[in-house]
Design a protein around this ligand. Structure first.
Ligand code: AMP
Ligand code: AMP
Length: 340
């Protein structure tokens, strides 16, 4: 079954999953890759076309050509990492998602307002170093995969290390618990929220510090870093699933109040830490497909409950676009600014 549309994305992050899903749903597929990665994307039969650029900063130059074709862009984390917010917004190629959500996601303050209105608990935020009265994590702005984040013990520690901070940052209470990234999909066509899968990240070096006894660490001058290198699957204790669903539903409901009637739709992720009293703290929300879903290209235990066939988040996105096409509802799943 061939559809006249091509689903395209940047060659990184979750592109293989997105393009495999698009292919399985009958779309043509296109990867925009770099010279270093073009061979990788060409090596897969489900990638119909690869356009190679010297660097992703050249992507805006391709926009004219992509606009002339029936291309639909599925964004992922690399779009946020490599294109500016303005470039992202100005891109007029039909785009799966609602760009009005981008401002609410990009600003830590607006994110906090959104999540708080959704009745989701966030770690405390400190405005200045002097206010710090407990261990905190200092986070740089933008999707950097945890790069440059700092664990700070107290106000004195902050004073000593804050000169290392060259970019805008936020100071968040450090929550001691287990991280859990919950992947959702909200279908505007069906007005239905699905839990697709879950992961925990594998971060260097914080995930290896526990392997060295604390006593041996003394004097080693080692501080935790949070650079993500991969992901591990998790299934949640079933009695906690109801809360996961509630959080997702509230996020979608409030998004319709703050980011236009369409609100947040498609894939998104609530990044949580769960404490021993079984409380979910939300560190952040990601308003698109996250790379932790790559664990589930063949489906997850949760997606199997909804679909008795392999259903990755990438494929679910393509399925929504397909259903929108079949019911003449494409405008419901593409950004308002797009013209087809
Ligand atoms: P990349 O194209 O690999 O540089 O990824 C773009 C951004 O997506 C990174 O800066 C990370 O924030 C995020 N990212 C990439 N891969 C992963 C992963 N496996 N797990 C979590 N986040 C990721
Ligand atoms: P993020 O960029 O918000 O996804 O955070 C990257 C990583 O930093 C997470 O996977 C956690 O390991 C860690 N982290 C972020 N925020 C907190 C927090 N408030 N408390 C403890 N760890 C955190």
């Amino acid at each position: 079954m061939n559809r006249p549309y091509t689903i395209a994305t940047l060659g990184s992050h979750s592109a293989l999953q997105i393009l495999k899903g698009a292919h399985d749903e009958g779309f043509r597929t296109l990867a925009v890759a770099t010279r270093d990665t073009e061979r990788l994307y060409r090596s897969f039969a489900f990638v119909d076309e690869v356009i190679a650029v010297d660097s992703y900063s050249e992507f805006p130059k391709l926009i004219g050509e992509l606009e002339r074709r029936k291309v639909i862009i599925v964004p992922h984390g690399s779009f946020v990492a490599y294109l500016s917010l303005e470039e992202h917004k100005q891109m007029t190629i039909p785009y799966f998602g609602n760009k009005a959500v981008l401002d609410w996601e990009a600003s830590r303050e607006l994110q906090r307002e959104w999540l708080t209105r959704a009745d989701i608990t966030m770690p405390r935020q400190f405005k200045t170093g002097a206010e710090i009265d407990r261990p905190v994590i200092v986070k740089l702005y933008g999707a950097g995969g945890g790069k440059g984040y700092m664990f700070i013990r107290d106000a004195h520690d902050f004073e000593q290390r804050s000169k290392e901070l060259k970019k805008a940052y936020t100071i968040q209470e450090y929550i001691i618990g287990v991280p859990l990234y919950i992947h959702y999909f909200y279908s505007p066509l069906e007005d239905r929220l699905e839990i697709m899968s879950m992961d925990r990240r594998y971060e260097t070096n914080v995930d290896s510090l526990g392997r060295i006894p604390a006593a041996a660490q003394e004097g080693m001058d080692v501080s935790p870093s949070y650079v993500v290198v991969g992901n591990q699957p998790v299934s949640l204790r079933e009695s906690m699933l109801a809360e996961a669903l509630r959080m997702g539903e509230n996020v979608v409901r409030v998004s319709k109040e703050i980011a236009g009637p369409k609100g947040l739709f498609g894939a998104f992720c609530i990044e949580t830490i769960i404490t021993p009293d079984i409380k979910f703290y939300c560190m952040e929300i990601s308003a698109r497909i996250v790379a932790g879903t790559n664990l589930f290209i063949d489906g997850s235990p949760y997606s199997y409950l909804n679909y008795s066939e392999p259903m990755s988040t990438g494929r679910r996105i393509a399925r929504e676009i397909k259903n929108a096409l079949l019911t003449n509802n494409l405008r419901l799943v593409l950004d308002d600014g797009s013209v087809l």
